[in-house]
Ligand binder design. Structure first.
Ligand SMILES: Nc1ncnc2c1ncn2[C@@H]1O[C@H](COP(=O)(O)OP(=O)(O)O)[C@@H](O)[C@H]1O
Ligand SMILES: [Mg+2]
Length: 294
């Protein structure tokens, strides 16, 4: 169980988290989504006890994280593949033995655990190769295995998809999916694709505040009643306000299905439009609307 109440975190004059409140059940899978600088990593660092809050209350498994009690640390993992913990001159397995001993894990135990996790992630043939020789994706996987060796019940996973190709991303998603019902997962990402199928709950952070916290079922219900209208034009053109510029000459509107016909009619005679398309919206459209309307 994770309980956060009125959590504030400041870095000098800058407030990174502005009094946020939420709770997470045991076994819940939660995605914390938001653009760069939203406060996602700061939140995970506070939940895992690396940073202390300036005010508010935080409880994880009935512990105050920043007190860093042994029993607390034994049950959580913070994995941030961007910040490698692995020693690159050693093979992953030697790293696992080394880090495992810090958790009081024996050699055999570490081997067994590492091999089964590596098999699930398709990297068992790389366990004895020097970390520096691994591909980026393989290294990310090894970093995740390292975080899971001590069998934590709560996993904080910070931006694991950065730099992964879509196959590795899918593999990682189905790997995490295998822990459903067994562990609690809080995963941050600014890459949204594939996330909706993995998690139970989406928490959107924006400028240090919670823009939304919803179940994926609620989001699916909302998306069912919406469409995304995309317009491509030769150059920048003026469109009704519901349209947002995506890139040069590309606009999109995330609207209610009932308004679709009226909007298409409204824009049909606007000069300069090359292409108009109507799509089933994605979670990404929803998150974008939430944070750009703030
Ligand atoms: N140690 C720090 N010192 C000063 N500012 C920080 C520090 N850590 C984070 N911040 C600022 O807090 C904000 C949120 O950062 P972060 O939690 O890393 O965002 P996210 O992970 O969502 O991209 C950013 O504006 C960042 O610059
Ligand atoms: Mg971050």
């Amino acid at each position: 169980m994770i309980e956060v109440r009125n959590l504030v975190k400041r870095f000098r004059q800058f407030t990174a988290l502005r009094g946020i409140t939420f709770s997470i059940r045991d076994g819940e899978f939660v995605a914390v989504l938001g653009v760069n600088g939203a406060g996602k990593s700061t939140l995970l660092k506070i939940l895992s006890g690396i940073l202390y809050p300036d005010s508010g209350e935080v409880m994880v498994n009935n512990f105050v994280p920043y007190k860093r009690k042994k029993e607390f640390l034994k049950n959580i993992a913070l994995v941030n593949p961007q910040k490698t913990r692995l020693i690159i001159d050693l093979p992953p397995m030697d790293n696992f033995r080394l880090f495992g001993s810090a958790y009081g894990l024996g050699k055999k135990e570490v081997h067994k655990k590492a091999e089964s996790l590596a098999q699930m992630l398709n990297v068992e043939s790389k366990l004895k190769n020097q970390v520096r020789t691994l591909s980026f994706g393989e290294r990310v996987k090894m970093e995740i295995i390292l975080g899971l060796l001590h069998n934590p019940s709560v996993i904080f996973l910070d931006e694991p998809f950065i730099g992964l190709d879509f196959i590795s991303r899918k593999q990682l998603i189905s790997f995490l999916d295998a822990f459903k019902g067994k562990k609690t997962l809080i995963i941050t990402s600014h890459i949204i694709e594939g996330i909706k199928e993995l998690v139970d709950t989406v928490l959107v952070l924006h400028k240090g505040e919670i823009a939304a916290k919803m179940s994926t079922d609620e989001i699916k219900a909302i998306l069912q009643n919406r469409v995304t209208i995309e317009v491509k034009a030769e150059q920048e053109i003026k469109l009704p306000q519901v349209f947002k510029a995506k890139e040069y000459g590309v606009y999109s509107a995330f609207v209610d299905k009932h308004d679709e016909a009226a909007i298409l009619k409204e824009i049909e005679n606007i000069p300069g439009i090359l292409e108009m398309s109507v799509k089933t919206p994605e979670l990404e459209d929803f998150v974008e609307e939430l944070i750009t309307s703030k």
